[in-house]
Design a protein around this ligand. Sequence first.
Ligand code: UDP
Length: 243
Amino acid sequence: MTFAPRFKRILLKLSGEVLMGEGSGLSIDPAVTARVAEEIADVKAQGYELCIVVGGGNIFRGISGAARGMERATGDYMGMLATVMNALAVQNALEQIGVETRVQSAIPMASVCEPFIRRRAERHLEKGRVVIFAAGVGSPFFTTDSGAALRAAEMKCDALFKGTSVDGVYDADPKKVPTATRYDTVSYSKVLSDDLKVMDASAIALCRDNNIPIVVFNIREHGNFAAVLGGDGVSTVVQNEQE
Ligand code: UDP
């Protein structure tokens, strides 16, 4: 499936884990982040307008804090702050290879980055900048998947690309079930009814209601982001049944 003529503006959701080092033990590994930046730069060079939402799971998740006795909302704010660190790391890696970027945070942080202002983000995209959205939706009890779905809808993105370290959506956990098979396409309703691990339910519902396809792919595989956009890469597309 080639996306090239259909998709002009895309939102890339990067889970925090894709910035982690495999052997280094670093939460944000500069070499790994640089490789992810190369993949993004390749796609940018093809003329796509790019928004990015970064997660924070490589550093902190509110739910893990809560499991150890911390107040959930406090943990979630810490998680949101973690996404700002990741956003700055991605910005740094992109700018080091000549891609102009702006970071906008849902939690205003005047001396670190811009606050989220939709019209301003629009202007950045028109000027050819990559806009990196940090701090999710800015409220606890949400995730950056919901932030990605929300920003994709607000910014009128044609699709949400979820860059992870697996190559799509499977009918069972491929790490545990050797016979697990990957879907090429799957409907939003099947993802929700079968509780398939794509994004959390509120993010799926927001994409479904706004008819935003979700493309799940492995961003750690060299050349795969551009290949998926060109119709050659491996991915799963979550979309409405009739499409
Ligand atoms: N978070 C939040 N509200 C948001 C986005 C994120 O409270 O709108 C917190 C939440 O604790 C979450 C953490 O930030 O666990 C890191 O984000 P996420 O788990 O989505 O990161 P990812 O799994 O994509 O790396």
